[in-house]
Design a protein around this ligand. Structure first.
Ligand code: ATP
Ligand code: MG
Ligand code: MG
Length: 545
């Protein structure tokens, strides 16, 4: 735990010190209606992090009260995400649907106390009767029903005697409350739908405001941490728990600011739209802000945890720059991964004065990375360099190969351009060059000064790979919808060339392709016969050296 405690940890510490609770219990309560995104990662870090820091426990609870949207595949994705981030929820998985019988009984209790009633207004009337911020609402005439009638109707709702929307169970609170949420909130609605877990047993399903506080209570949660949009729901949370005369201790709700990142969307509904409309290859498309997407792209759990730590926990919503996340992954990989050479857009260089071949021993890591390991790089008179690293008519400041400027082939020799070969259309297809035998990297006595070293691969030994370059999913900083998608967010390069050790030695799954960025062997499509690499993130400075 860092020196500076956020307001949630301050509160937890206070509640433990005062003896309000003996042990802190938090929960991460997603609805299994989509894959978790990086906003959920923040919530996971907060809830599991607090439990860990204070020797408590964090429950993993599926908040599964809407049968129309939920599915087991989302439950699995949620569990994968929590595990991948390095947290454990223990022996038991919790499901709100397991509490349906108990929550139903609590509803009956409220009815018996005269604190809940069956309303038969339609949706539109309910909205109209609620009033506005400046105008008090009015109560439905059905609020006058007797306790017996309410009990009878509610039971028949449960048995499936009525259609969806025909009746609804409401708390009887205050139709003129300043907090609109307190104007007789809805507790139970009718849904004739199959529940992925509870099956076909239920025709009534509890609303969030009723189910959440009770689930927290049933599980012995102490601190129920949620995002700011639920601030006004806190009063209902308290009302339900206080009115049911529950045995203490009871949980309390605390809110924090939800995470927003620019150039992406962070709502499962919008992400689902991308998946269903096939705008992406799936929930784990490497452009998606889902945990599965980051994982497939090559992000490490550590980088996400660091990011969540850096952005901190605040009480006011704000937008985080995506470059902050990119910084975290770059920072993590910089200390970990081997450096290798890959050429994305090859142009052939024939070194006329070189004969035979050799194998150059080169370290996988630069001096400032405390890791050991090296590989052999084959070298001969035919190599490929990046098309961009040669310019026939260089602009000022261009410091790579030109007809008049030598360059170093990284780990190897200095070469000079002697001749440019073009096809009938004037495209350069080959460069004839000469090397200086005294310029070998590490034992250079040539005295030649060059401005840069470029990546290359041996023409005969290089392996062909597919490289998937990803850019931001949206072109707009604050995207609203599909019209803001970036049409160039994926570029596939089928014939990039890579030094053979990357495929045969597989020193790691993540690599820095020197001067190109960090790349990850795609966990699904990669094979040694058809290697596929995802670009994780670019280098900060891709132009010099
Ligand atoms: P979405 O609108 O994306 O569907 P949600 O809040 O409905 O999000 P849930 O599955 O209900 O998603 O959320 C599970 C937990 O994760 C909740 O406690 C919620 O507050 C938290 N959470 C969801 N989105 C974010 C976010 N962007 N930042 C921080 N926490 C989030
Ligand atoms: Mg929710
Ligand atoms: Mg939602």
């Amino acid at each position: 735990m860092s020196e500076h405690k956020d307001f949630l940890r301050v509160k937890v510490e206070e509640d433990l010190k005062s003896g309000k609770y003996e042990k802190v219990v938090t929960r991460f309560p997603p609805e299994p209606n989509g894959f978790p995104h990086i906003g959920h990662a923040k919530s996971i870090c907060i809830n599991f992090g607090i439990a860990r820091d204070f020797d408590g426990h964090c429950n993993l609870r599926m908040d599964d009260t809407d049968p129309t949207k939920e599915d087991t595949k989302y439950v699995d994705a949620l569990k994968d995400a929590v595990k991948w981030l390095g947290f454990e929820w223990g022996e038991t998985e919790y499901y709100t649907s397991d509490y349906f019988p108990r929550i139903y009984d609590y509803a009956i209790e409220l009815i018996k106390m005269g604190k809940a009633y069956v309303d038969s207004l339609n949706e539109e009337e309910i909205r109209e009767y609620r009033g506005t911020v400046t105008q008090a609402g009015k109560r439905s005439k059905y609020a006058e029903r007797s306790i017996e009638e309410n009990l009878d109707l509610f039971e028949r709702m449960k048995k499936g005697e009525f259609k969806d929307g025909e009746h609804i169970l409401r708390a009887k609170i205050d139709m003129s409350a300043a907090n609109m949420k307190m104007r007789d909130p809805l507790l139970y609605r009718i849904r004739h739908a199959h529940h992925y877990r509870a099956g076909d047993e239920w025709y009534v399903y509890p609303m969030y405001d009723f189910a959440h506080c009770l689930s927290d209570y049933i599980e012995g949660v102490t601190h129920s941490i949620c995002t700011l949009e639920f601030e006004n729901n806190r009063e209902i949370y308290d009302w339900v728990l206080d009115n049911l005369n529950l045995k203490p201790p009871r949980p309390y709700q605390h809110e924090f600011a939800r995470l927003g990142i620019n150039y992406t969307v962070m709502s499962k509904r919008k992400l689902l739209e991308l998946v269903e409309g096939k705008y992406v290859s799936g929930w784990d498309d490497p452009r998606m802000p889902t945990i599965a997407g980051y994982k497939r792209r090559g992000y490490t759990p550590e980088s996400i945890l660091n990011f969540c730590d850096q952005i901190g926990i605040a009480k006011a919503n704000s937008m985080v720059d995506v470059s902050q996340l990119e910084f975290c992954i770059r920072d993590d990989l910089n200390q970990k991964v081997p450096r290798v050479m890959c050429v994305l857009d090859p142009i052939k260089v024939t070194i006329e004065n070189y004969e035979g071949s050799e194998s150059i021993e080169a370290s996988y890591y630069p001096h400032d990375v405390p890791k050991e390991g090296s590989r052999k790089i084959p070298f001969s008179n035919e190599v490929y360099i990046e098309r961009e690293d040669f310019s026939e008519n260089p602009v000022k400041g261009y410091n790579r190969l030109t007809p008049n400027q030598a360059v170093r082939l990284r780990h190897a020799y200095i070469i000079t351009c002697k001749e440019i070969i073009k096809d009938a259309n004037g495209n350069i297809i080959e460069i004839k060059a000469q090397y200086n035998p005294n310029s070998k990297s590490g034992q250079d006595t040539s005295g030649i000064k060059v401005k840069s070293a470029i990546q290359w691969v041996d023409a005969k030994e290089a392996k062909q790979i597919e490289v998937r370059l990803y850019d931001r999913l949206y072109k707009d900083e604050a995207p609203e919808g599909l019209e803001d998608l970036n049409p160039d967010s994926l570029q596939i390069i089928k014939n990039a060339l890579i030094e053979p050790a990357v495929i045969t030695e597989k020193a790691d799954e993540r690599f820095q392709f020197e001067r190109q960025g960090y790349f990850y062997a795609d966990p699904i499509d990669y094979s040694n016969e058809k290697p596929v690499f995802n670009k994780i993130v670019g280098l900060k400075d891709s132009w010099t050296k």
